[in-house]
Write a protein that binds this ligand. Structure first.
Ligand SMILES: Cc1cc2nc3c(=O)[nH]c(=O)nc-3n(C[C@H](O)[C@H](O)[C@H](O)COP(=O)(O)OP(=O)(O)OC[C@H]3O[C@@H](n4cnc5c(N)ncnc54)[C@H](O)[C@@H]3O)c2cc1C
Length: 429
């Protein structure tokens, strides 16, 4: 006799609700539970990069998120000590925008989409642990607030319950590529000020983001080395403005506007991957892969992994999920944890940023790397960097370069005029 559920999903925010929705759309019987009641906020800023936004579009949800008032950002400013780059995000699957929905909006739309697809979503249900038959996980136990203990059984339990996942701990999912926490984050909302596009700011020892979000509010967020957290916490408000003052005109914007809501601050920013599947269980979202928010990719990661996991489950190849996730995630994970070291840009990075300046096509590709649509390993490959830097040093406009020249050996330009090229590159610094 088969049980009532094919899959139980624990946690119904971006990872869990998306997984439940995709599985229910494939005709599986899904129970999804969350201790929260939606709409519900969580400590997170809101940038969904182009790759994640394209998934929401493909799932038929983007128009609902935009209709709920989440502003679209098609242009971004990338502001560093070496150069200020401004440009468009490259289109991916017909989508060319980053969106910044409040989590109260995004998560509720996903929860409703899971219900619309046929999943049963129980809010206010706290999972205390898993049940097993000795060899494999066979279900969960928990309770609604003030309710009796409940056991629910299914051949597969998905932990989508965030970075302190009860499910991952209960099944003993091993950690790997773990890196020490590097940052703390602090953010606030302002009314009465607008920015023409979104912006990322990188300075030694501080990074910041400025993006419009729902209700005509401007989100200003700072990320800084964990070592400074105690001093920051001693006077959060003053220190938030102090850090914003170091990032272009963000301090000015904050003072021009009116701060609404409290300032949210957290040092709880781990970096780790966990083995994401085993007998009768799987992990998705932060439960299986959490990284510093400095690149603002956790939501997009969760949406990507929900799709990978749902496809793997529906096609009976769960064993391949972990390798697929890691292939997609690790380059960005390594890039993110390196960025969270907050050092000044290396010579190579300064050269790159300087030579990108004023070159819209290359800036688009650079922003595409942050948007999750241009593979990091391609953009940052030595060959590509040499091509970009050599192109900039010779004043070549990338638009004028043909496909054939892009496939030339990367050092071709340098081989012709090695001294001049290198001299010019250094002189530009
Ligand atoms: C300061 C900060 C800023 C960030 N900014 C960005 C950004 O701009 N862009 C971006 O892409 N990412 C950002 N992130 C990361 C992003 O918030 C996470 O990657 C994302 O929320 C992960 O989604 P999730 O669904 O996996 O987990 P979560 O959002 O953590 O959801 C887990 C859910 O599980 C439920 N749950 C947990 N335990 C139980 C239990 N025992 N029983 C029942 N329910 C349970 C919780 O109630 C919760 O609703 C940021 C993170 C932080 C901390």
């Amino acid at each position: 006799m088969t049980g009532r559920w094919d899959v139980i999903v624990v946690g119904t925010r971006v990872a869990g609700a998306a997984t439940a929705m995709l599985l229910a759309r494939q005709g599986l019987r899904v129970l999804a539970v969350d201790r929260a009641h939606f709409p519900s906020d969580t400590i997170s800023t809101h940038q969904v990069h182009v790759a994640g936004t394209a998934r929401l579009h493909r799932w038929g949800l983007l128009h609902k998120i935009l209709a709920a008032g989440a502003p679209a950002t098609r242009r971004a400013r990338f502001d560093t000590t070496a150069a200020v780059l401004e440009g468009r995000f490259p289109a991916h699957e017909g989508v060319d925008m980053l969106i910044s929905p409040r989590r109260t909006v995004l998560d509720s739309i996903l929860v409703q989409a899971a219900r619309d697809a046929g999943a049963e979503v129980r809010e206010g249900f706290i999972v205390a642990g898993v049940v097993s038959d000795g060899d494999r996980i066979t279900g969960i136990y928990g309770r609604a607030r003030n309710g009796p203990d409940v056991v629910e059984k299914a051949p597969l339990v998905v932990g989508a319950d965030g970075k302190h996942s009860t499910i991952a701990d209960a099944v003993g999912a091993g950690r790997y590529r773990e890196r020490p926490t590097a940052s703390f984050a602090s953010y606030a909302y302002f009314t009465g000020v607008r920015v023409p596009s979104g912006g990322f700011y990188l300075r030694p020892d501080v990074a910041a983001a400025a993006f419009p979000t729902n209700d005509d509010r401007l989100l200003l967020a700072v990320f800084a080395p964990l070592a400074g957290f105690s001093a920051y916490r001693a006077d959060v408000e003053r220190n938030l403005y102090r850090l914003l003052d170091r990032c272009g005109n963000l301090g000015w914007l904050a003072r021009e506007g009116t701060r609404v809501e409290r300032i949210r601050t957290t040092p709880d920013l781990p970096n780790t991957l966990r083995v994401p599947q085993g007998p009768g269980w799987a992990l998705v979202g932060d439960a299986g892969l959490v990284m510093d928010p400095i690149t603002a990719h956790g939501i997009s990661n969760a949406l990507r992994d929900a799709e990978l996991l749902a496809d793997a489950i529906a096609n009976d190849r769960l064993a391949t999920y972990g390798a697929q996730r890691d292939a997609a995630a690790i380059p960005l994970y390594d890039f993110t944890t390196a960025l969270a070291r907050y050092g000044p840009p290396s010579l190579r990075e300064r050269l790159l940023l300087r030579t990108l300046h004023g070159r819209p096509r290359q800036i688009e590709r650079f922003l595409g790397m942050f948007a999750g649509t241009v593979p990091i390993q391609d953009f940052l490959s030595t060959g590509n960097l040499l091509r970009v830097i050599a192109g900039g040093a010779f004043g070549l406009r990338p638009e004028a370069r043909t496909a054939a020249t892009l496939h030339e050996r990367p050092s071709a330009a340098l081989r012709h005029h090695p001294r001049t090229a290198v001299h010019n590159m250094y002189r530009g610094l």
